[in-house]
Design a protein around this ligand. Structure first.
Ligand code: G6P
Length: 367
């Protein structure tokens, strides 16, 4: 299929804008007709009999896996090990009987992810993959291949594939919680109905593009940028830093807010912008106190939060991006949008090649 930019300046902009639509597609694929349950293929193992889940991927797909660990452990009470494929495969980790090994890949062709999959298949694990390209090697070699239905993604920096991966992984965590007795039928139906309102909420976030662009003009002047987040916002902070590095060539790194005082606080000065991703959730107060530590040392903070967070953040924040309110567990999918917009507009301000960044490939099929 031929894809064009659909009136956008870059594929990346088009793919960012498509997210409400493709997430809607993924939801209609996986939700049952009454919208109260999740339908998975018969080959999918029942999570009730599983005592450990292994998640393996590279790049952006890896950060989707780290996010999923929080969901599986908290909602489904299922222990998760998560690793990057290039480390996992050579560590020769023990893979016990009954392990479900789940591989996430947009292309389905990443060499290290495929090798890690073969390693687990050899050890008789149940191999499940979450892929965008259904006819890919990873999909073909899996016991169960679950499509993310993002459509063709052309921009080297992954955007819509990431949020579709998150959507499918969240559905799996909910299914696991239901099968393991941690969610009753009504609670599951409630969560699915919240999920169905997500595409509409994402449209509101997309409409904040001009604010993100203004902040990005400032970020483009920096040599280094620090992203902070806690809980579910920590993997998202890592993805935000990756996105920015990939296309703007500005060094960015992410830290769990609670680790700030164990190192990165030494770097804080007025020249290194700090992006704090923090919806008003149970951990918000803790993140605010980390943010104050940054500001007390002259650090310039961009706070990405919601109305309630904005009201409680106090003075001293340099820039804010205000997101719609969303259920706590869905925040990583929503906050992916400002992370993508910041990276996109910073890259434009720097004049880099957004869709084809130097030295990077869309799919890494060699080691
Ligand atoms: C490359 C791409 C990234 C992608 C990673 C994993 O580095 O540039 O955008 O996240 O590979 O690719 P996969 O196709 O396995 O998701």
């Amino acid at each position: 299929t031929r894809v064009d930019k659909g009136g956008h300046r870059h594929f990346m902009a088009k793919e960012i804008a498509e997210q409400p639509h493709v997430i809607g597609e993924a939801l209609s694929h996986y939700l049952t007709a009454d919208g109260r349950d999740i339908a998975l293929p018969d080959t999918m193992p029942d999570f009730a009999g599983v005592d450990r889940l292994v998640l393996v991927a590279c790049g952006t797909a890896y950060f989707a896996c780290v996010t999923a660990k929080y969901w599986f452990e908290r909602i489904a009470r299922l222990p998760v090990e998560v690793d990057i494929a290039s480390e996992f495969r050579y560590r020769e980790p023990p893979v016990a009987d009954g392990t479900v090994a789940l591989f996430v890949s947009q292309s389905g062709e990443t060499a290290d992810t495929l090798a890690a999959l073969r390693y687990c298949a050899d050890k008789a694990a149940h191999v499940v993959s979450v892929v965008n390209v259904p006819e890919s090697s990873i999909a073909r070699e899996s016991g169960t291949a679950l499509p993310i239905l993002a459509g063709v993604e052309v921009g080297v920096a992954s955007t819509k594939a990431f949020t579709c991966q998150l959507t499918v992984l969240y559905l799996l965590a909910l299914k696991a919680a239901r099968q393991r007795g941690h969610l009753d039928a009504d609670a599951l139906a409630d969560r699915l109905s919240a999920l169905r309102s997500l595409p509409g909420i994402l449209n509101h976030a997309l409409a904040q593009d001009r604010s993100a662009k203004k902040v990005a003009r400032k970020l483009a002047e920096a040599d280094d940028i620090l992203f902070l987040g806690r809980g579910l916002m920590y993997p998202l902070a890592m993805e935000g830093a990756l996105k920015l590095k990939e296309i703007s060539y500005i060094h960015a790194e992410a830290y769990a807010s609670g680790e700030l005082k164990h190192g990165p606080i030494a770097l804080i000065d007025k020249r290194m912008p700090v992006v704090v991703m923090a919806p008003r959730d149970a951990l918000f107060d803790k993140t605010v106190s980390n943010m104050q530590e940054v500001m007390a040392r002259g650090g310039k903070v961009t706070l990405v939060t919601d109305e309630a967070g904005l009201a409680e953040a106090g003075d001293g924040v340099t820039h804010t991006l205000v997101m719609p309110t969303v259920a706590d567990d869905l925040a990583p999918i929503l906050y992916a949008i400002p992370a993508q917009q910041l990276a996109y507009h910073t890259a434009i301000a720097k004049g880099t090649d957004v869709d084809q960044p130097r030295n990077l490939a869309k799919s890494v099929t060699v080691e």
